[in-house]
Every structure is written in structure tokens, then in C-alpha cells.
Design a protein around this ligand. Structure first.
Ligand code: SF4
Length: 778
């Protein structure tokens, strides 16, 4: 970096990042920026003299417990801790390179050119904090607190990060949040009402499974540390089947690869359910005891019939023993699965009847027409999943549910698991990310006051266009942290314009990320190993102490420090201005774990030795049964149970658009990044790839004159993404995969082309219902 003093500005440095200018003029954001090479000289440190500290790898991943080796105040090596049951991946170990990155931001940086031009003035913290207070007050005066927006997400699950931000902005009086998880809103939107909770993780008994159905998910990459357990199950005779448009790393390890047209998964599931019902392969006893499928739905209202309208658990069933309609949970009641051919058939259907009706058209041949899955594969999967027990469905926030009707697709897995009794025992269930919050309650470091007034929300899936259209209201001040909107949120072109439109954007980060580039003020923050924190989250099986191992570079600070300084300026500093230990104690308080115990043990597993989600079929709903009728969907005018609807942005759903953009494009996670985190580390770029790729079938590449390794452009009406062609039969014809996680400085995100359609039922994103065309560059 070239720094030169600007006259008349105390402690400021005028910065223009020249570095090694990347060849980005024609691609992505179309701006020349540093390469983010991140080269770190090898440290010839004597490890035997190292001090050792522990922390946690805290982005949206497996939260490995990590060990830092520090020599002469410098982090020289990262390793997995023995306390962890699996080992960290290369990304976790590459944190050495992140902490020591030569381009770490060391001082607050104030924009000194067009947004995106990467021209900055270095300013002091006092100047930065005063400016933020001034902009907050200006926004409050002009737009009210509704004009203040906070975007925090999955870049840091430490308990003194995002939760502290929400508390801060609620102390201010409230803010407009960004809602709809980009990862798994459709799973949340379906599993929460149907099973009563989320983040119920089956990882402890993967080894016990005899049939592993990886559906729209690639655990060989996204759960790579645990994948050895899948292989152990296979070694003991388990069959593994992968449903994916791409011959993924998991498909390569499977007994069968089932390629499918993106967004048609629910049709496949309905076809399997039809076979399971018609061949009597379902577990009738389990369904009667543990699900709402026998509950009656009144023909007149279309809603479940209740004994007492004031008691939402008083569902009625037809008791087979007495032939009478009665409460589902009365003594000795044997609920009938169907009321067909009974005197009640004109008034009611059971939920099982409704399901049977819904799947009736989905013969294996119809499934094949819609999904391209061969009829024989549908039949085989249905029979195997229902009869080879225990069977586990590997869903784990997979890409199949980031589609326009993703909630139905996620719910379909729940139907399959419950219908076949494949849930609540060792080796079965639906594999989801999960952590300590299933078993213990975790406290909030700074309890959040109630917001004052009514606040709408910006939809994460449609962030760019919502901001540009002032939905739900005009935003005058945006605080972004632990996330990178410019790489992760769909329709990056609109996101970029939105960031330009918002009068004052603050980004807190450790490196000049794509989002930081389009901000007005960038605040330098610490990474793990540079400040004390605690991790107790819905992704980790451990409560982990995050120790400070080294000093941060320059004047980087953690989120808690930043918000404390602002809170003091704004008159509510008392709630924030406490020793870190006090905040950690507040987080631990409901867990029963003391701070002293955590200081001693560093990493504590509060879960039972083998955690079985919904053990013995006891769900976390009010009835303790799987409740398939989703009232929220009914109230929104959608089918409240399982249904298949074609996506609007799909070849069959929109032939006119498909004539222009005939290829279905799905996003692919690689083991180079977690979302966009780690994207600038040279070790990873060297080990995996330093350029983005698109996988395209030879039959799609050939007619377009595209050869393997050619530079190509993926494009549609939203934008374009430049990458290299990986011409391979490991992808279904008519489908291409774009890689997630590339920074603006590396050519730009594949989200430039992704759909910003908001998932109908849950408000999640639909990036895997994207149509594109591909052309050879030049
Ligand atoms: S990136 Fe994920 S798998 Fe790798 S070390 Fe970190 S938490 Fe573990």
C-alpha cells in the first residue's frame, strides 16, 4: 500500500491501494483492485518455545476447536485441539495466514472517492466514532430509527458479536433488520412448525446408519470432517445414494448418483411417497403415535378439526376402536389413518388422505418427465429408503432448498422420514447442522431492550432491489458486519447499486472485502485469536472459550469494544462497558457452566454422549408429534401440506425466458471458502483454485464452441460472471454450476447472476432457480 499524508487532517493517511493490480478491468465489478495475495513469509519459528492458546473457528461451519502456537507474540501455527472429535480442515489451519495477512485493515478507513474506487483516508477511532454518531443522529432525525439497517450474519458465531450488535441498535430504539437466512430459511420455515425445532443434528449416529440418502447436499465438502463416519457406515455395509444435478464429491463416494433437474426435488419425493403408501411400506404404528397424519381436516374450513377451539392441541381423529371421533391423545385411542369409506368421509379427510391425494399423480413415469430421474431410480430409492433401516436423510441446509418452493422440498424429507419411521433413533433422522442449543439454554451478553415502534424488514434474498425500491422504507444508514452482501446476497448488481444509494454504509471487517469496497467507512476488526470471546451456538457441540493469543494489527478492535465506545457516546454505555469476563459469564449463566470451569477446560461438551434428535419420536411441537399442517402456509394462501409447484425461473416453468437463457445454474460450495470467508488466503487458492470455474456438460459446451479451460461468461438479464469452463460429464446436461465465494477483487461473485426471487413460504433465497446462457469470452 502506498500511504501519503494529507495536509490539514490530523492522524489521517491518504490511501490508494495499488498493490499488485489484478486484471479485473473486464470482469466482475470491472475495477482494478489489489490481488489480496495474502502471501505470508514462512515462519521459521521454534514451536517448542511456543505459547499455546485455544479458540474456535467461528463462521457458519463446524466450529472446530483450534489451537494457536504463538512465538514472540506472533501466531505461527494453527492445529486442531485434542478436545475436538474431528480435525480441522485446511481453511481452519490457514487462519495463520489470515491473522498475519499483509493487507489487514489497521485503522478506520473513510471513503475518499466513488464507492468501489478503493480510495480511502485513514482516520482515528475518535474521528470514526464521532462520525458514526453524527450519521446515526442525522438518520434518526430524517427517517426515524426505521432508516437504520443492520446486516449481520454468519461470519462470526462468537457470542460477543452479532448479539451485541442487535442489542446496541435496540438500545438506540430499534432498527430495520435484514431477514431470511440465505443458507437455510426454507428448512427453518418448514422444520420449525413441523418438528418444533431446528438444528437437530444426527452426526453422532451416522455410523449406525444402513442407508444414507444425501439429497441436494454434499457432505464430503460441507461436512468434510465428519465424512469419515459416512465411510465407516459404508464399510459396515451401508448403501449411500446421492441426489444432485452434479456428480459431486459425495456422489463419487456413493453407490448411486441420481442426477435431477434443479428445483424438482419435491416431485421426486412425492413419487417416492406414492410408492411407499401404495406398497404399504410406511410405518403405520409410528405414524399413528408420532404424527399429525391421522388428524382430521374439515372439508368446510380446510383446517384441522379441534375438540376445543381454545386448545390448539385438541386435534380430532377417528378412533378405529370405537368408530367415534375423539381427541387424538385420549386414553386407548387408535387413530385411523384414513376416513375413506366411513360415514365421516363427506366431512373430513385425514392428513394422510390429503397426502395420498397429492402424490397420486406422481407415478414414476410422471416423476421422470418432470425431474429426469429414471422411473427405476425413484422406485428403487423409495423401496430402499423405506425398508433398509435405519436410514438417514442428509439434508443439512443443502442447495435443493434454496429454490422458489424450497420449504416444500425441505418438508418432503420430513414426510419421508416420519412415514417410514426413520426418525428418533440411532442411524436415522434428517441430518441438519446442530449444536449445544438443542440441549442447553445460552444467555445473552447484553440483553436486548424492546424496540420502540413498528419495524418492517429488508428481505435478504432481495436485498438490492428492496433497498433501491425503499422497501419496507428508505434506509439512510447501514451497518454491515460478519457478512459480505456483495458476494453472498443474490443479484449483486442490484446490491452494488443499493450500497451506492444508502447515504452512509459502515462495514466492520478485517480485510477489504467486496462489501467494504462499497462502504463509506470501514472499521478494522479482530479475527479469532486476537480478542477474548465465547462460542456457544447452534452449530457447535462444544461451549468453547476463545482466548486472546496475539495482539491485533494496528488499531483493530473487536465488535464489543466498538459498540461499547459508541454506546458510551450515545448515553447507554453502562450496559456495554464491563470487563469481557462479565459478558462471558452472562452468556454462560443459564448453561450451568461457570467461567472458571471454562477457563480451566477451554472446551466443554454439554451434550449427551450420543445425541438423537427427536428421540423415540418425541417432537418439540405442542403435541409432541410431527405436525404436518402448517397454519402459516394456509394463512398465506398456500397449500398447508406438501405440494409441488414449478419454479417461475426454470426451463419448464418459463419457456420464454428459457429460450434466451436455456441453462439451469446452481451454486456450488467448494472447500476453498465458507461462503466468502477465507477467499483471500493464498494457501487455499493455491491448494484448491485461484480462479472460478463453471462445470458444463460436453453436450452443452460443444455447440457453444467452449473447450475445457476456456474463459467463459455466464450471463442473464441480472449480470454476468466470468470463469473458466470445466467441461465434464460430471454435470447433468442442461445444468451448470457456478462457484460461491469469489471476491470482487478476484473477478466478482457468481451472485451477479443469481435469482433474487424470495422463496414463497419462508422468505429464503432461490439462487438455485437461476437460468443463464454461457458464451466463450472474446
Ligand atoms: S472451516 Fe469449518 S471445517 Fe474447516 S476448520 Fe473451520 S470450522 Fe472446521
Amino acid at each position: 500500500m502506498e500511504n501519503e499524508k494529507k495536509k490539514g487532517i490530523s492522524r489521517r493517511t491518504f490511501l490508494k491501494t495499488t498493490g499488485a493490480v489484478a486484471t479485473t478491468a473486464a470482469i466482475g465489478g470491472g475495477i482494478g483492485l489489489t490481488t489480496l495475495a495474502g502471501d505470508v513469509e514462512a515462519a521459521p519459528a521454534d514451536i517448542s518455545k511456543a505459547e499455546i492458546f485455544t479458540s474456535s473457528c467461528t463462521m457458519e461451519c463446524l466450529h472446530h476447536n483450534l489451537k494457536a502456537y504463538v512465538v514472540d507474540g506472533k501466531l505461527v501455527k494453527v492445529e486442531s485441539c485434542e478436545a475436538d472429535e474431528t480435525v480441522a480442515c485446511l481453511r481452519g489451519l490457514a487462519r495463520t495466514q489470515w491473522v498475519n495477512h499483509p493487507e489487514r485493515i489497521k485503522m478506520p478507513m473513510l471513503r475518499d472517492g466513488e464507492k468501489g474506487s478503493n480510495r480511502w483516508q485513514e482516520i482515528s477511532w475518535d474521528e470514526a466514532l464521532d462520525l458514526i454518531v453524527e450519521k446515526i443522529k442525522e438518520t434518526q432525525a430524517e427517517l426515524g430509527n426505521q432508516g437504520i439497517c443492520l446486516r449481520s450474519f454468519s461470519g462470526n458465531f462468537g457470542s460477543l458479536s452479532n448479539a451485541v450488535a442487535a442489542s446496541f441498535f435496540n438500545y438506540l430504539g430499534g432498527f430495520t433488520p435484514v431477514v431470511g437466512s440465505l443458507c437455510c430459511q426454507a428448512v427453518t420455515g418448514s422444520m420449525t412448525p413441523i418438528f418444533g425445532s431446528r438444528y437437530e443434528d444426527t452426526r453422532d449416529s451416522i455410523r449406525d446408519s444402513r442407508y444414507l440418502l444425501a439429497w441436494g447436499n454434499n457432505p464430503a465438502v460441507t461436512m468434510q470432517s465428519y465424512f469419515k463416519w459416512y465411510q465407516e457406515a459404508q464399510a459396515q455395509g451401508a448403501k449411500m445414494v446421492t441426489v444432485d444435478p452434479r456428480f459431486s464429491e459425495t456422489a463419487a463416494q456413493s453407490d448411486e448418483w441420481v442426477p435431477i433437474i434443479p428445483g424438482t426435488d419435491t416431485a421426486l419425493a412425492l413419487g417416492m411417497i406414492k410408492i411407499i403408501i401404495e406398497e404399504n411400506l410406511y410405518d403405520a404404528d409410528f405414524i399413528r403415535a408420532h404424527s399429525s397424519l391421522p388428524f382430521l381436516v374439515a372439508e368446510t374450513s380446510g383446517k384441522p378439526a379441534l375438540e376445543d377451539e381454545e386448545d390448539p392441541t385438541s386435534f380430532l381423529v377417528l378412533d378405529e376402536a370405537s368408530g367415534q371421533i375423539t381427541r387424538h391423545d385420549g386414553p386407548g385411542v387408535v387413530p385411523a389413518l384414513t376416513v375413506r369409506n366411513t360415514a365421516w368421509a363427506s366431512q373430513y379427510k385425514t392428513q394422510f388422505d390429503i397426502l395420498a391425494d397429492e402424490c397420486r399423480p406422481w407415478t414414476p413415469e410422471e416423476v421422470e418427465k418432470e425431474t429426469d430421474v429414471p422411473a427405476a431410480s425413484t422406485i428403487r430409492m423409495a423401496r430402499d429408503y423405506a425398508t433398509i433401516k435405519p436410514a438417514m436423510l442428509i439434508q443439512n441446509m443443502g442447495g435443493f432448498q434454496r429454490t422458489e418452493w424450497g420449504s416444500y422440498a425441505a418438508a418432503a424429507h420430513m414426510y419421508l422420514a416420519v412415514l417410514t419411521g426413520n426418525i428418533g433413533g440411532r442411524g436415522n433422522g434428517i441430518c441438519d447442522a446442530g449444536g449445544v442449543t438443542t440441549s442447553i439454554k445460552v444467555g445473552n451478553a447484553i440483553p436486548s431492550p424492546k424496540p420502540q415502534g413498528e419495524f418492517g424488514a429488508v428481505r435478504g434474498a432481495r436485498f438490492g432491489r428492496d433497498i433501491l425500491e425503499d422497501k419496507p422504507n428508505k434506509i439512510g444508514f447501514l451497518w454491515t458486519m460478519t457478512s459480505s452482501i456483495m458476494t453472498q446476497n443474490p443479484n449483486t448488481g442490484a446490491v452494488k447499486e443499493a450500497l451506492k444509494k444508502i447515504p452512509f454504509v459502515v462495514t466492520v471487517d478485517s480485510l477489504m472485502t467486496s462489501t467494504a469496497l462499497y462502504s463509506d467507512l470501514v472499521l478494522p476488526c479482530t479475527t479469532i485469536f486476537e480478542s477474548e470471546n465465547v462460542l456457544a451456538s447452534s452449530r457447535s457441540h462444544y461451549v468453547q472459550l476463545m482466548e486472546k493469543a496475539v495482539d491485533p494489527p494496528g488499531e483493530a478492535h473487536d465488535d464489543l469494544w466498538i459498540f461499547t465506545q459508541l454506546a458510551k457516546r450515545l448515553g447507554f454505555g453502562d450496559a456495554f462497558d464491563k470487563p469481557v469476563a462479565e459478558h462471558i459469564k452472562a452468556v454462560l449463566e443459564p448453561t450451568g457452566i461457570t467461567y472458571e470451569e471454562l477457563l480451566e477446560k477451554k472446551c466443554i461438551n454439554p451434550l449427551p454422549e450420543v445425541y438423537i434428535p427427536f428421540e423415540n419420536g418425541i417432537f418439540k411441537t405442542p403435541t409432541q408429534k410431527a405436525e404436518f399442517f402448517v397454519y402459516d402456509w394456509h394463512e398465506k394462501g398456500f397449500n398447508p401440506m406438501l405440494a409441488y409447484i414449478r419454479a417461475e425461473e426454470s426451463v419448464k416453468g418459463n419457456p420464454e425466458l428459457a429460450a434466451k437463457y436455456p441453462l439451469a445454474c446452481v451454486q456450488r460450495k467448494t472447500n476453498r471458502t465458507i461462503h466468502s470467508t477465507f477467499g483471500s488466503l493464498q494457501w487455499l487458492n493455491q491448494a484448491v483454485s485461484d480462479v472460478p470455474h463453471v462445470m458444463i456438460h460436453p453436450d452443452d459446451a460443444g455447440p457453444r464452441g467452449i473447450a475445457h479451460d476456456d474463459w467463459v461468461i455466464l450471463y442473464n438479464d441480472r449480470g454476468q460472471h466470468r470463469c473458466k469452463a470445466n467441461v465434464s460429464a460430471h454435470i447433468k446436461r442442461g445444468v451448470v454450476t457456478a462457484e460461491n465465494g469469489w471476491w470482487e477483487q478476484q473477478g466478482g461473485s457468481s451472485s451477479y447472476i443469481t435469482s433474487d426471487f424470495v422463496e414463497h413460504l419462508s422468505g429464503g433465497q432461490s439462487c438455485n432457480n437461476t437460468l443463464v446462457q454461457v458464451r466463450k469470452e472474446g
